[in-house]
Design a protein around this ligand. Structure first.
Ligand code: GRF
Length: 219
């Protein structure tokens, strides 16, 4: 594909999902270009990854602004400047302001480490582990003002094993996050996402929105 989808990635921490996106682009599996990384924390390790790969980044902490609205305006401005057409929240630990969501309606996606709508909010892996579910996983969804809600684009199911701790479970879920997030961005790059109310359809998908199965070439 000639045209690369311009994206902005929002981070707050270690940035392993950012890394999976960089790796997929470098491997030629993802037709996207990271125009900008935005962090609300100057110490986020994700920014070291930006330096390593020469990716432009900006640190925009919410506490520097007097209201979420003003912070949102600053975010809108840098994203518009960057030319990004899709905003990818990858471990962004702040609630995105409503004016930002309105400005980029249906063009903001998030990854959450549970099978939504179960276990919204912080530490979803521990919530699932403590509840005692036998299957959990991760979800990629469109961002709407309500936290961890919005149409689901893809999910991966991860079994909870008898010897798991919350940490081993979180690590196994993370492997699946790294698999499905680049895949979802590629669907956007291929213009295959169609929104119908709260349901989202991946055009031409052979297997609905099942995440990539290595035994299948394409889905
Ligand atoms: C991931 O578990 C993601 O699902 C959640 O925050 C974590 C970010 O991890 N939203 P990383 O910074 O991408 O390593």
């Amino acid at each position: 594909m000639d045209k690369k989808l311009p994206i902005a990635v929002f981070v707050s921490g270690r940035g392993t999902n950012l890394q999976s996106i960089i790796d997929a682009i470098n491997a030629g599996k993802l037709d996207a270009e990271i125009k900008l990384v935005v962090s609300n924390r100057s110490k986020a390790y994700a920014l070291k990854r930006c330096e390593k790969y020469g990716i432009p980044y900006k640190v925009i902490p919410s506490k520097k602004f007097s209201s979420p609205q003003e912070w949102g305006e600053a975010l809108i401005e840098v994203v518009k400047e960057s030319g990004a057409e899709l905003i990818v929240l990858a471990g962004f630990m702040k609630i995105v302001p409503n004016n930002f969501i309105e400005a980029f309606e249906n063009r903001i996606i998030n990854i959450h480490p549970s099978l939504l709508p179960a276990f919204k909010g912080l530490e979803a892996q521990s919530q699932a582990f403590d509840y005692g579910v036998k299957i959990t996983g991760c979800s990629v969804h469109l961002v709407i003002p309500e936290l961890d809600s919005g149409p689901i684009i893809a999910q991966a199911a991860v079994p909870v094993l008898p010897n798991d701790t919350a940490e081993t479970l979180a690590a196994r879920i993370l492997e699946h996050e790294h698999r499905i997030y680049p895949q979802v961005i590629q669907w956007f790059a291929e213009n295959r996402i169609k929104i119908e109310g709260n349901k989202l359809i991946v055009l031409g998908a052979k297997y609905g929105t099942l995440p990539f199965n290595p035994q299948l070439e394409k889905f």
